[in-house]
Design a protein around this ligand. Structure first.
Ligand code: DAH
Length: 339
């Protein structure tokens, strides 16, 4: 009897089953009422009294072992089955829909791609900035209205720490750590203390451009912006530059593109002018180069800055700027095809 139990122990140890039916057959063979182990139990009364203790223990061991082995095999099947067929009650009852890229990301990526192809690399800087990088190094006079509390978010206890109001601060960050030639674009979020309405928000996004080298001229600026406008809005797009003023550029200009709704004929969107403004630009003021450690007698440069929301508005005709930050999926889903 002992030899038989030993052999069965070995057998049970090596049991395998490749599906639920085979497993059930094993259970019946070893553990059912008419199974092998029960038959041995029935034989137990014929065991000589002096062996009963040892044989009894071994028999119990065999029974437990068989049960354990079959449980283990069963668990393995259940794991497999779960993933394939069982109901997952944690899943939503509705089909899972894929997310879409945010329209501002789509437009920002498109801007980045165009300038990448023109040889610009990406530069980054902090949104929580100091006065130097946002204003002083960019040639803003002490009493410039943009420094006013009305426009800028200050931290009360640290008046020097502000939320950047434009990505021009990254120009300064780049200049202070690199030598010309510099050719970067700086996409990022900016903040202004504005009342929120359909046409203004307290935060929005800009892409800044900066090119500094020997002999950089206004013609280079105009050519690169024309190239950008035609890639972004189509090859028929025209540009015009109007004189303007920014503290950090001299001369400065604002750039309009021909209205792509009416093709320049005049419509409500372009207020019947045929043109829509898309960015500010100019030659980097020598005072800015000097403030940031670049020799203005050797180097010249151009810069430009555009609002991503503005470009997205032109491309997608979004009337209310607030839509971009409300995360209404009905709005966001409209951009699925643009991904
Ligand atoms: N920083 C300006 C703004 O926020 C935009 C701008 C204008 C950037 C002219 C420039 C520039 O680099 O040359 O309105």
């Amino acid at each position: 009897m002992l030899a038989k139990i030993k052999q069965l122990l070995q057998e049970v140890e090596n049991l395998t089953a490749s599906n639920a039916e085979e497993l059930e057959a094993l259970r019946i063979k070893y553990l059912s009422k008419k199974g092998i182990i029960n038959a041995l139990m029935a034989d137990f009364r014929n065991v000589p009294a002096e062996q009963k203790k040892e044989v009894g223990m071994k028999l119990n061991e065999l029974k437990n072992h068989a049960q354990e082995r079959i449980n283990t095999l069963k668990e393995a099947f259940e794991c497999q089955d779960n993933s394939a067929t069982e109901l997952d009650l944690t899943r939503t009852a509705y089909p899972i829909e894929l997310g879409t890229r945010h329209p501002l990301s789509i437009v920002r990526n498109e801007i980045i791609n165009i300038f990448n192809r023109l040889g610009f690399t990406i530069a980054d800087g902090p949104e929580v900035e100091d006065d130097w990088h946002v204003f002083s190094s960019m040639n803003f006079p002490e009493d410039h209205p943009a420094r006013d509390m009305q426009d800028t978010f200050f931290i009360e206890s640290h008046p020097d720490i502000i939320l950047r109001t434009h990505t021009s601060s990254v120009q300064s960050r780049v200049m202070e750590v690199s030598k010309p030639p510099i050719r970067v674009i700086c996409p990022g979020r900016v903040y202004r203390n504005e009342a929120i309405s359909y046409r203004a928000h307290c935060f929005f996004h800009q892409v800044e451009g900066l090119y500094i080298d020997k002999n950089v001229s206004f013609t280079d600026l105009k050519q690169v912006l024309l190239q950008f406008a035609q890639e972004m809005f189509g090859p028929e797009t025209k540009i015009r530059l109007r004189p303007s003023y920014f503290p950090f550029t001299e001369p400065s200009a604002e750039m309009d593109i021909s209205c792509d709704i009416c093709g320049g004929e005049g419509c409500p969107f372009c207020k019947y002018t045929g043109w829509v403004e898309i960015l500010g630009c100019g030659m980097v003021d020598p005072a800015v180069l000097e403030a940031n450690g670049i020799d203005s007698k050797v180097y010249t440069g151009y810069a430009f800055g555009m609002g991503v929301e503005r470009i997205a508005n032109l491309k997608y005709k979004v009337k209310d700027l607030r839509m971009f930050s409300e995360n209404d999926t009905r709005f966001l889903e409209e951009f699925e095809a643009a991904n």
